[in-house]
Design a protein around this ligand. Structure first.
Ligand code: ADP
Length: 367
């Protein structure tokens, strides 16, 4: 069966053969104005390759992708380096952060119709299908280049959602709420989470479609389709290499693509009752992410050790490696150009600025 459970993953003690102290790569992407905003006031005054000025305040990041940026531009900025990092043995993550409607989903997966219509050539395709197209073509390239070494790759994907501090397997939602476990060999994992082997881009888009159609969508008074859940698509890439003299080596790395819940303050939405409780829990993962980013930025700057409360939310527990740990992290902060989104846009830019200060410690997992 192609289906494997994460808890049974073949694991190795990781030997360190390379390491690098890397900052979080922060990219701000501004979407184009939508129909309702076209006639309204646009508050972004100036953007260049790495900075933007908004109502007289200037911010500088690794890159600023303005309203004319294409999905392919984002792939070149974030996706292509991610694939190379992954093949070099580094765990690599991308998070999309921003208020509902700012373009997170569009950036990470693409517009729903492009995926559903299997339109792989569409220039609207999001980062995820592009990353896997590149990953599989680079894998064949590596195999051809090292044909004498019997280079074998295995890729396995899982797709989950965190909603209301509960974890759902998007490839098998009937399982109900899943639990995070941790052991010395496998590290942090989700018990019973479905993992499927993937060999080509078709396998990946099939899983993406299946998972995205199982996602939960909550309606609030501010936006009928506001995404109140965090979705995490993960691929474990293992490579085994046997040389002529019979020596073999084993490398494993992980790609996480994360579409976060909308970062807007919940009081704006007029939520009440169950919805408000939900909002509190959704905020737990997001506000904990914000807290950790503050703490990690501080630790990276002053070098003082301190306890990092990863376990205080599902999101930060599960993705602790990506936050200050063993991973290369890119954060895409999505913003709207509209005047009406001003305070949320400033809040996203402040978050982005703090994320920039974090240093991760990525090491290659090789044996
Ligand atoms: P979020 O996931 O942050 O809630 P979406 O990705 O759903 O936001 O984007 C909101 C709307 O704006 C969608 O209709 C989406 O297709 C459109 N959109 C977002 N970013 C872009 C972009 N860069 N170019 C064109 N349309 C975009």
């Amino acid at each position: 069966s192609l289906k494997r459970k994460l808890s049974n993953v073949f694991s190795v003690e990781s030997g360190v053969s390379g390491s690098s102290d890397t900052g979080v790569k922060v990219i701000v992407r501004m979407r184009p104005p939508n129909k309702n905003e076209e006639d309204g006031e646009v508050i972004v005054q100036k953007t260049s390759g790495d900075s933007l000025t908004i109502l007289g305040h200037s911010f500088t990041f690794d890159s600023v992708a303005d309203a004319t940026s294409t999905q392919d531009d984002i792939f070149h900025l974030v996706g292509a380096p991610l694939v190379e990092n992954c093949l070099a043995g580094f765990n690599s993550s991308v998070f999309a952060y921003g208020q509902t409607g700012s373009g997170k989903t569009y950036t990470i997966w693409g517009p729903a119709n492009a995926l559903l219509e299997d339109d792989l050539c569409s220039d609207q395709q999001g980062l995820t299908p592009r990353v896997f197209e590149r990953l599989f073509s680079r894998i064949s390239e590596e195999q051809n280049k090292h044909a004498d070494k019997q280079l074998m790759y295995q890729c396995r994907c899982s797709f989950l959602e965190i909603y209301n501090e509960q974890i759902t397997d998007l490839l098998d939602p009937a399982q109900g709420n899943l639990h995070i476990r941790e052991d010395i060999k496998t590290g942090v994992y989700v018990e019973n989470l479905t993992e499927e082997a993937v060999c080509n881009i078709k396998d990946v888009t099939r899983l993406l479609k299946k998972g995205l159609s199982n996602r939960r969508i909550g309606a609030t008074s501010i936006n009928m389709e506001s995404s109140r859940s965090h979705s995490v698509f993960t691929c474990v890439v293992e490579s085994r290499c046997k040389s002529m003299d019979g020596l073999s080596s084993f490398k494993t790395s992980r790609i996480n693509l994360v579409d976060l819940a909308g970062s807007e303050r919940q009081k704006l939405t007029g939520a009440a009752g169950e919805r408000l409780k939900e909002a509190g829990n959704i905020n737990r993962s997001l506000s904990q992410l914000g807290n950790l980013i503050n703490i990690l930025a501080e630790v990276s700057q002053n070098g003082k050790q301190r306890h990092i409360p990863y376990r205080d939310s599902k999101l930060t527990f599960l993705l602790q490696d990506s936050l200050g740990g063993n991973a290369k992290l890119a954060m895409i902060c999505a913003i709207s150009p509209a005047q009406s989104c001003k305070s949320e846009t400033f809040s996203t830019l402040r978050f982005a600025k703090r994320a920039k200060a974090i240093k991760n410690k990525a090491v290659v997992n090789e044996q």
